[in-house]
Design a protein around this ligand. Structure first.
Ligand code: HEM
Length: 237
């Protein structure tokens, strides 16, 4: 969360359009700016049909203080048209796919917050000595194994989709980044090879994990009486 907050402050300065899209900000915000927790976005009409906003929070995410407004996508589109159209071509749309950017950003933060919450609950239950017996909580932790992978994937989607149409902001578009030397067949071949390689690696990982899980925690003591499942248990260590 802290490194994400740092990234957001940098993002507002370097790629304000991505930040505006990630927040569904069409028109310039008020100062201080609210953070959009939920919005029904109409990209065609360039407006939000419904919004739930948390006052002051966007200013804090962007500037670490409860003041400061943000430019909206409409203003930025006008600014970029004047600045970059002569370089990349007239009539370029500088607004990235807004819904994907907006929702992947929220899903990343949501899974991140979920992990923080579960960790705090786990720490509390452990302190109270109830962790092993809290079966509902432990059941919840199983699907939570996927949370970091999901947060990573959504973070990546937000970063890549939100920067469109740029590969290098203000200098090079994604359309200009296509290499003329690499054919479609070559790309398909490398994608298939990656798919095969990662399928094999995933199968090996799942096999090994299931193998270990099936042994159960008790067996650890059987293998080596000095080993304990509780790293804080000084007696067994
Ligand atoms: C909890 C609050 C979080 C906030 C406020 C936050 C904020 C951000 C921001 C602003 C970006 C965009 C950076 C850019 O486009 O330049 C980003 C990207 C990213 N975030 Fe988060 N994030 C959070 C949680 C997480 C978590 C929990 C994970 C993973 C476990 C994660 C993984 C990523 C990844 C992989 C990227 C893409 C980085 C890249 O490709 O350059 N984020 N995050």
């Amino acid at each position: 969360a802290l490194s994400g907050h740092t990234q957001a402050q940098y993002l507002v300065k370097t790629q304000p359009m991505k930040m505006a899209a990630a927040e569904g900000i069409w028109k310039d915000t008020a100062d201080p700016a609210p953070w959009s927790a939920f919005a029904i976005i109409d990209s065609y009409k360039q407006e939000n049909k419904f919004e739930i906003n948390i006052p002051y929070a966007m200013s804090f995410l962007a500037y670490s203080k409860f003041e400061g407004g943000l430019k909206g996508m409409e203003t930025l589109q006008k600014e970029y048209t004047v600045k970059y159209d002569s370089v990349v071509g007239e009539g370029t749309n500088y607004i990235p796919p807004v819904k994907t950017t907006y929702w992947s950003f929220r899903l990343m933060i949501g899974f991140g917050m979920g992990m923080i919450l579960l960790s705090l609950m786990g720490a509390y239950l452990w302190r109270k000595g109830r962790l092993e017996r809290s079966s509902l909580f432990l059941k919840f932790l199983l699907p939570a194994i996927a949370f970091p992978f999901l947060a990573n994937t959504f973070g990546w989607v937000m970063t890549e989709v939100g920067r469109q149409p740029w590969t290098v902001f203000g200098l090079m578009t994604t359309a200009d980044s296509i290499s003329p030397n690499v054919s479609g067949g070559t790309i398909l071949f490398s994608i298939i090879m990656y798919l095969l390689l990662f399928t094999i690696l995933a199968s090996v990982m799942i096999y090994l994990m299931v193998h270990e899980i099936k042994k159960g925690p008790e067996n650890l003591h059987g293998i080596d009486s000095k080993v304990t499942t509780d790293p804080f248990n000084k007696v067994g260590a």
